[in-house]
Design a protein around this ligand. Structure first.
Ligand SMILES: C[S@@+](CC[C@H](N)C(=O)[O-])C[C@H]1O[C@@H](n2cnc3c(N)ncnc32)[C@H](O)[C@@H]1O
Length: 153
């Protein structure tokens, strides 16, 4: 399969997931409780709920590891999240950077961006923005971010 076709499949899958409930998404091929793999990824997936900034509406059960725990993000930082989904990691990062920082989420799936934008609107954050784009051709200027985080599968 060509790279372009593969990306289209990925977009369609994540589009479907964005339209599902969290429970359904977790069972999907990209979810932490997927039956498509013999590996049990649930060990990585569970602990978002105790994190400051956690937003249930942004959690589609797609995490495998919590990148904000290891990224040494500091107050006032400008953070870029590659493959931001519905904003799950962005809202946790936002709690760390505070009002003086900035968080940008990049994703190429329209349905995910729609969810992320709905979420940020409801939460009322002015320093979290979601941008449409491919990680391999980022529509963002260089040298703009202090920290880059990502969970893309
Ligand atoms: C595992 S999910 C979201 C993870 C999110 N951090 C969370 O915890 O919910 C990965 C996301 O990456 C996006 N994605 C995958 N490949 C991408 C690419 N090449 N460019 C931009 N986004 C991509 C998908 O659309 C999907 O929303």
């Amino acid at each position: 399969m060509k790279n372009k076709d593969l990306k289209q499949v990925v977009k369609e899958k994540y589009g479907e997931i964005a339209r599902q409930s969290k429970d359904q998404a977790e069972q999907s091929c990209c979810g932490s409780n997927s039956c498509c793999s013999a590996v049990d990824y649930t060990v990585f997936s569970e602990d978002y709920q105790n994190l400051e900034g956690y937003s249930p509406n942004a959690d589609l059960g797609l995490g495998c590891g919590i990148p904000t725990e290891f990224a040494d993000i500091r107050k006032g930082d400008s953070v870029l999240d590659l493959g931001s989904g519905a904003g799950n990691d962005c809202f946790v990062a936002r709690a760390i950077v505070g009002d003086s920082g900035q968080v940008t989420g990049l994703d190429f799936t329209d349905e995910m961006l729609e969810k992320a934008n709905d979420n940020v609107k409801k939460l009322g954050y002015k320093n979290v923005a979601f941008v449409k784009g491919d990680i391999e051709e980022m529509p963002l200027p260089g040298n703009q971010f202090d920290v880059v985080i990502s969970i893309v599968s």
